[in-house]
Design a protein around this ligand. Structure first.
Ligand code: BG6
Length: 487
């Protein structure tokens, strides 16, 4: 592909993100034969290393974090790398980079991808240095950044403004790794490749939508970041909001990046702003206390290393949003995410309305639930719950699940990062977040952030290993609505 950019520079190459996600993803792409042979990866770092020392580090990380590590593949993989020592605030380091990225006989560097796997406070300084060193002149140069894109509306706007001073929006790739997940993309196929589905995908048939991202893990060693952020910023503003846009958006004219992202932004813009006085009716936060997960006793959040004892940072959020447009008016979207829940499972559960009449009186009325469409991100599955007649003399009904287990044995499983890295290299921005998506998603959650920011005395808790606090149903509109945990 003529647009494929094959020079890849990693800032923060010895950090957590590089070790856990980025390097393993590149390694798997190599093993799968998907890294172009001419691919050059520059690991940029502060440590006074040569290539050999870098390779030792790389090996350790991959042995730990990459599945299917073999010495042969590793040796091949290493041929792509070059370690460059430098300090991210030192202009000389960028001149050194420039030299390395400039082909012999030329004065201008080849287009490159700069992956900023660094703490957010360093985004702008690095981008400034890159632009001062002239890297922004090449239109095909790409900057990849990871969330958090700001920590509220105002800071996000400032960050965007700073980035745009140096690079054009077309050059900026904001990663939300949820968009790299197979099943999240499957939402588009499920909706727009199936006529009968799209026909009922609206307020006439759908009672409400639930989006759950549950994790059994705690905050691991990220207290420093997490205690400042909390679940609303860490998960809802980005991952859950992105899933919501894909569930709710209108069919785009094509899957071209801006066509798709225009539709997503329209959804975000249609979300009814939560008035200050109604934050409690719309959103609930909680924090995990001690409990038992998979037969292991685990400490409460306040007892985790690095967390202040009186922290009111939320590890659980349940929130309700309305999308005020023709398709969705009046249909609540319930979003929920939490750490230390019973399992790592994420899902989109769509509940339909009741049939207008209940003909099958021999089935107790309370046993007739409306239909559900259940899309599970993890473990991957796609189910539709419908009713059939129970065999026998009586007209009794019972639910069955139509199960579209779509993955065939042996079919390739790409990690979200692998898919997204290939997209960056090929310049496909459809699965990256445009600045206005960031902005509007912050607008949606900002009233909640503001309200919670003022309430610093108290937060309700839930036992680790439970599905969150009982109060989480409080935000629901109707008596017969409940959180669906079994998918
Ligand atoms: C990250 C959050 O963006 O997503 C983490 O910062 C969270 O707190 C993670 O654990 C979940 O990602 P995944 O792919 O494991 O569901």
């Amino acid at each position: 592909d003529e647009h494929c950019i094959c020079q890849f520079v990693i800032f923060g190459s010895t950090g957590d993100l590089a070790s856990k996600k980025l390097l393993p993803a590149l390694y798997h792409l190599k093993c799968a034969g998907r890294l172009p042979p001419e691919m050059r990866i520059i690991a940029f770092g502060r440590r006074p290393w040569n290539d050999k020392a870098w390779q030792e580090f790389l090996k350790e990380q991959l042995e730990h974090y990459a599945e299917g590590f073999t010495a042969d593949h590793f040796a091949d993989f290493c041929t792509h790398f070059h370690y460059v020592e430098g300090e991210i605030h030192d202009p000389a380091a960028y001149q050194k980079l420039r030299k390395i990225l400039t082909p012999k006989g030329s004065t201008e560097p080849d287009p490159s991808i700069f992956y900023l796997a660094i703490r957010p406070a360093d985004f702008v300084p690095v981008v400034q240095q890159l632009s001062a060193a002239g890297f922004n002149k090449e239109a095909d140069t790409r900057i990849v950044i990871e969330k958090p894109f700001g920590d509220d509306l105002e800071s996000a706007m400032q960050l965007n403004e700073q980035l745009h001073r140096h690079f054009k929006e077309e050059q900026i790739y904001r990663i939300d790794h949820y968009l790299g997940k197979e099943i999240v993309q499957n939402l588009l196929v499920f909706r727009f490749a199936n006529l009968p589905i799209e026909a009922i995908w609206n307020r006439n048939y759908i009672d409400h939508v639930q989006i759950t991202v549950a994790e059994s893990g705690g905050i691991e060693n990220r207290a420093g970041y997490y205690d400042q952020a909390g679940a609303l910023r860490d998960m809802v503003q980005n991952h859950l909001m992105q899933i919501l846009t894909l569930v709710a958006m209108e069919p785009p004219p094509s899957l071209e990046a801006d066509a798709l992202r225009d539709e997503k932004v329209k959804v975000l813009r249609s979300i009814r702003p939560i008035p200050k006085s109604a934050v409690h009716a719309h959103a609930l936060r909680a924090q995990y206390g001690p409990g038992v997960i998979e037969e292991q006793h685990v400490p409460g959040y306040a007892d985790e290393a690095g967390v202040a004892k009186n922290s009111v940072t939320e590890t659980f959020v349940a929130a309700k949003f309305y999308i005020d447009n023709w398709r969705w008016r009046g249909v609540p979207f319930y979003l929920r995410t939490g750490k230390r829940l019973p399992a790592k499972t994420s899902s989109v559960a769509i509940r339909f309305r009741h049939t207008p009449q209940q003909l099958f009186r021999e089935t107790p009325i309370e046993r007739i639930e409306p239909n559900w469409i259940l899309l599970s991100l993890e473990p991957e599955s796609l189910k539709i719950e419908i009713y059939v007649k129970e065999p026998g003399l009586e007209m009794r009904v019972r639910p069955v699940q139509l199960n579209a287990s779509y993955r065939r044995d042996g079919e390739e499983e790409l990690d979200a990062y692998e898919a997204l890295l290939l997209d960056v290299m090929e310049g496909d921005k459809a699965l990256f977040i445009r600045f206005d998506e960031v902005e509007w998603a912050w607008r949606v959650v900002d009233p909640i952030i503001k309200a919670w920011g003022r309430e610093v005395d108290y937060i309700i808790t839930y036992p680790a290993g439970s599905w969150g606090p009982d109060e989480a149903t409080r935000i629901m509109d109707k008596e017969d609505q409940y959180w669906r945990n079994q998918i």
